[in-house]
Design a protein around this ligand. Structure first.
Ligand code: GLV
Length: 313
């Protein structure tokens, strides 16, 4: 019998230590790269538990062809990489790691907000290139963040954490959510708005929704057209929430001022033209990438495996 747990990609040591401490036999994907569906299926033969990352696609075929699989611990908050309906139909438990990455992702969202508004990466490139020849009154002038309107789309844990930070910047906060969020209203004085009003009124629009069929291309040509010409779009949720081709066009034509992106529609590919724009800050999907948080995510994933079914292992 193969070890019951398959770890699809190396994870931080804290998770592996916990597996060893609990004397759980596991195998880490030996290939050192993301496995294809067929490879994953071959590795999962006879195994019951999978610990995977958001770059592993666990679709209906993988689920159908892994009859011994009982549980999947996804080491991520998002779980759009897993066909939940197929897993549920087979009675396979699926867990994720929300909560532990909330503050870290909110911090990174703020790094993007400030980076785009105040043109930090652009100014850094300029300085390193030896182009700083003296102070100038208009040199690298960006937009203020304090006192502006922040539009939060999706008032889950991360949306609320981003809003909490905005209070310190004296911002007016709008949020869009299918249900009212008492916490964001109480602790941040945020006001609920429909998406159109939020897009029309916000200087910074920050996306914090899960990727679902309802949120795919939530921000497209029409929505970008509603935004102010001095507005910035920030996305630390999932790439396909934004129509990236429409975004490149809006940025190129100056219909919005800038964008800060940590996620992409066809990750890791970027839409044509995106990387050539000065008014964007582009990060390689590092929202939760602090050493502390990634270790905690690995630990929580292993704890979920241990807890699944109460006595699964
Ligand atoms: C990161 O994007 C996550 O969902 O954990």
């Amino acid at each position: 019998m193969p070890p019951p747990v398959f770890v699809s990609q190396p994870i931080p040591e804290r998770g592996l230590e916990l597996l060893r401490r609990e004397r759980i036999a596991f195998e880490i994907n030996p290939a050192g790269r993301i496995l294809s569906g067929d490879e994953l299926i071959a590795h999962l033969a006879g195994r019951e538990w999978l610990l995977c990352l958001l770059t592993d696609r666990i679709d209906a075929t993988v689920i159908r062809r892994c009859p011994s699989l009982k549980g999947i611990a996804n080491c991520a908050a998002g779980y759009d990489n897993i066909d939940l309906a197929a897993a549920t139909a087979r009675g396979i438990l699926v867990t994720n790691t929300p909560g532990v990455l909330t503050e870290t992702t909110a911090d990174l969202t703020w790094a993007l907000i400030l980076g785009v508004a105040r043109r930090i990466p652009e100014a850094d490139r300029y300085t390193r290139a030896g182009r700083f020849t003296g102070w100038g009154i208009g040199l690298m002038a960006g937009h203020d963040v304090h006192g502006k309107t922040l539009g939060i789309v999706g008032a889950g844990r991360i949306g609320v954490a981003v809003a909490r930070r905005a209070v310190g910047f004296g911002m007016r906060i709008l949020y869009h959510s299918p249900v009212a969020c008492a916490e964001i209203e109480r602790c941040c004085g945020a006001r609920r708005a429909d998406l159109k009003s939020l897009l029309r009124e916000s200087e910074i629009v920050s996306l914090h929704v899960p990727l679902t069929p309802a949120t795919r291309h939530l921000i497209g040509k029409r929505e970008l057209g509603l935004m102010r010409p001095d507005a910035c779009l920030i996305n630390t949720s999932r790439g396909p929430v934004v129509d990236e081709v429409a975004l490149v066009r809006a940025l190129r034509e100056g219909r919005i001022a800038g964008a800060g992106l940590d996620v992409y529609e066809r990750e890791p590919e970027l839409a044509p033209g995106l990387a050539g724009l000065e008014n964007v800050v582009l990060l390689p999907h590092i929202g939760s990438a602090s050493i502390e948080t990634r270790s905690r995510m690995a630990e929580v994933s292993v704890l979920s495996l241990l807890k699944m079914d109460g006595q699964c292992l």
